[in-house]
Design a protein around this ligand. Sequence first.
Ligand code: NAP
Length: 429
Amino acid sequence: MSSAALTTSTEVYELGHVPELGLVPSKMLAQVIRAERFGEPRDAFRFEAIGVPALGPRDVLVYVMAAGVNYNNVWAAMGIPIDVIKARQKRGEPEDFHIGGSDASGVVWAVGTAVTSVAVGDEVVVHCGMWDPGDPWIVAGKDPMLAPSEKIWGYESNWGSFAQYARVQDHQCLPKPPHLTWEAAAAYMLVGATAYRMLHGWPPNVVAAGDPILVWGGAGGLGSMAIQIARAAGARPVAVVSGGSKDEFCKQLGAVGVIDRRTFTHWGKLPRWSDEIEYNLWLKGARGFGSAFWAALGEKQNPTIVFEHPGETTLPTSCFMCETGGMIVICAGTTGYNATFDLRYHWMRQKRLQGSHFANDDQARGVNELVTAGKVDPCMSRVFAFAETAACHQLMRDNQHPSGNMAILVNAPRPGLRTLAEVRAEPAR
Ligand SMILES: NC(=O)c1ccc[n+]([C@@H]2O[C@H](COP(=O)([O-])OP(=O)(O)OC[C@H]3O[C@@H](n4cnc5c(N)ncnc54)[C@H](OP(=O)(O)O)[C@@H]3O)[C@@H](O)[C@H]2O)c1
């Protein structure tokens, strides 16, 4: 990689020190995962001083104010389903560590020689879709999320936002919504843009006014975004939750109704169709869940889009209850990957089962505009100190985290600040 000139001093800066704009230390503090620590997130992350990466011509170095917390770095910490470090080494990258973090808010601190879309000093949020600008697929103008070179920054790539500086590509930087604090600005992009593509990216099955939409995990990161994006399009989202205050949370975001999944027991793999007793029990559960959806919606209409991510435990029900010609759109298998469903309903009712993964630049911009216009709230739930990176990932792993999206303060000295000027004005720690 050709290195753009960075003005460097020789030391690592302490947290809380805000250097001159453009001045970059040789090392930075990062929360690092190494293969020998793969396992529970609480054990996997450790502070280390790591060399600040060199920039290629289209790269941008971001001074990270805050980082978002996502499930992908729970997986990275555990080393499953893939060992992200080994996967990169196989591609020829030398680093034997992982600096994760796929959401960031911060300030452009240095740019590569060919960068024109952002400048040093710009306050930005970062989306996590990266790809090789020279990839023939990209050059041909096709959807970059289907390109052979596509990768998720801060998961499949190194140099994510759990560090004082992050290396990103120029097109990943979008204007930071000015009304948001650094921590709120770091919280929404990964889940928001993913939800945006799932609901708007798969014509003709795109969300429209009046549509009934089923949203699994309505109080989670993805779900909270899906409810709001659906509402912004005039649709009628019904959220599924596991009770408690999550019910009210989803309604406040715009869900027209909420289903408590704990009142049903038919979850998991579909029983074999020839096993009549088991299958009929499952069918009874699925029909009961369908009736709960109608009750929550207020009329007997099935969802035209089912917003899926739990996977193994819920997909049989999602496929059963989706409207004729509707779409089950799925971006994860949080509860397992061996999904089953009854093909008879699938072909006779001509439903679509669509995989979806993060978002392209337009879709990331789409959700950023909704946030900037105040139509989607980041649902920033809880702010953690940089030293608590392991702890918040463990909460997520244990499904003990609060509703919405969590953030970590990296260089921002305290919650509530919105600009670099406000950060500079803070008394030294
Ligand atoms: N491919 C992509 O681009 C992409 C992007 C973002 C996220 N993801 C993946 O999507 C998944 C969810 O991410 P997230 O950020 O929304 O996580 P999250 O904030 O933890 O939310 C997940 C929600 O799933 C629900 N859930 C948990 N177990 C469930 C079960 N057995 N049945 C039904 N619902 C269950 C929980 O809600 P209740 O307990 O209230 O039901 C929880 O709120 C993760 O696996 C993540 O890696 C993929």
